[in-house]
Design a protein around this ligand. Structure first.
Ligand SMILES: NC(=O)c1ccc[n+]([C@@H]2O[C@H](COP(=O)([O-])OP(=O)(O)OC[C@H]3O[C@@H](n4cnc5c(N)ncnc54)[C@H](OP(=O)(O)O)[C@@H]3O)[C@@H](O)[C@H]2O)c1
Length: 316
């Protein structure tokens, strides 16, 4: 597995990061936990040392499970754990809102440390932009966490360039976690140039567009998870995208890759992308990991982008 330095940090991470949002039953349904634990061990065996989670995933369930398996395997010091805070949940989940106030984030961090069964978080991220953020307050709280040895580096997710500029004025913003894949290229316009200019490491999410680019979907397929309500997975738009994916097949075959590997490699080819977070339910999903071994040739990358751009234009 290819290892890289994460932005300007001292963290050396695998280009594939293991995503744990799949442990959120609200979005993904119940998944077999034995298979999931085996997947974590298989990832470790494949040289994947980077894990992304969040306190919101399954309302703490993902952090707990990840903490358990890493502790049982005795590998905590060999891996890089990234987690996130943002959603302040009250009344047993009935009331929730973004919260980046210092007192809340310090409490959220303690709770994540407890669930992850660790004394430090390698990368602590703000899950999304909070319109009520007071960046100087966040900066002071982050500095306390750093001095106390509870967090090594800080990052943000779903922030734009202007928001990152403001954040950087108040705390050392080391990473960004944006969405990026063959069907969602919004990050290319201003987010990626900003990250390249300021040496901000990126761990991009949904590289397979929630499985749509996995190569295994078929027309008329029905989904029992949150994809049942996702417009990309419905009707004519879904069928148009699947036709586009069929046109990618010869390109993937020529490169000796499956569609999932091709789509993942397409994402990893962008120079601003440090790592791609793959959402994993079972070890079979790790079959996409060899994508990280290389990048696509310039012409193939553009050709694939054009094919999917055209396919995405199919009326819904
Ligand atoms: N910061 C944020 O706001 C944010 C948002 C979303 C995600 N994330 C992070 O990013 C991670 C990945 O994002 P994601 O789950 O949206 O996207 P993804 O990796 O694009 O999609 C994951 C889904 O794709 C399918 N898949 C995975 N590997 C495959 C393979 N080798 N071949 C074929 N299909 C495969 C699986 O679903 P099926 O097999 O059921 O089709 C899996 O659940 C999450 O786990 C989370 O850590 C962060």
């Amino acid at each position: 597995m290819k290892m890289v330095r994460l932005g300007a940090t001292d963290l050396k991470v695998s280009r594939i990061c293991f995503g744990t949002w799949q442990l959120s039953p609200r979005f993904w349904g119940e998944i077999p936990m034995g298979e999931w634990r085996e997947a974590v061990l298989a990832a470790l065996g494949n040289g994947i040392n980077f894990f992304d989670t969040a306190d919101a995933y399954g309302d703490g369930f993902a952090e707990e499970q990840l903490g358990d398996v890493l502790r049982e395997a005795g590998v905590r010091d060999d891996v890089i754990v990234a987690t996130k805070f943002y959603w302040h949940v009250e009344d047993g989940g009935d009331r929730y809102y973004p919260d980046t106030r210092a007192d809340y984030l310090l409490r959220a961090c303690e709770a994540s440390l407890r669930r992850l069964k660790t004394d430090h978080i390698d990368l602590y991220q703000i899950h999304a932009w909070d319109p009520l953020i007071r960046p100087e307050e966040v900066g002071a709280a982050f500095e306390k966490l750093r001095q106390d040895g509870k967090v090594r580096w800080f990052g943000v997710s779903n922030w734009n360039a202007g928001q990152m500029a403001l954040g950087r004025a108040h705390f050392p913003l080391a990473t960004l976690q944006p969405k990026y894949n063959l069907l969602d290229r919004e990050a290319e316009a201003s987010i990626f140039p900003y990250c390249l200019e300021h040496q901000i490491g990126t761990l991009v999410y949904s590289p397979l567009e929630r499985g749509l680019l996995g190569g295994h979907c078929h027309p008329g397929q029905e989904f029992s998870d949150s994809r049942a309500k996702n417009p990309l997975f419905q009707g004519k738009r879904f069928e148009g995208l699947l036709k586009g994916i069929d046109q990618l097949r010869p390109l993937a075959e020529e490169a000796g890759l499956t569609i999932a590997q091709f789509a993942l490699r397409w994402t990893l080819t962008h120079p601003a992308v440090t790592c791609a977070i793959l959402g994993v339910k079972s070890a079979r999903h790790l079959a996409a990991a060899p994508a990280a071994e290389d990048v696509l040739p310039q012409d193939v990358w553009h050709l694939a982008a054009r094919i999917m751009e055209k396919a995405a234009g199919t009326p819904a």
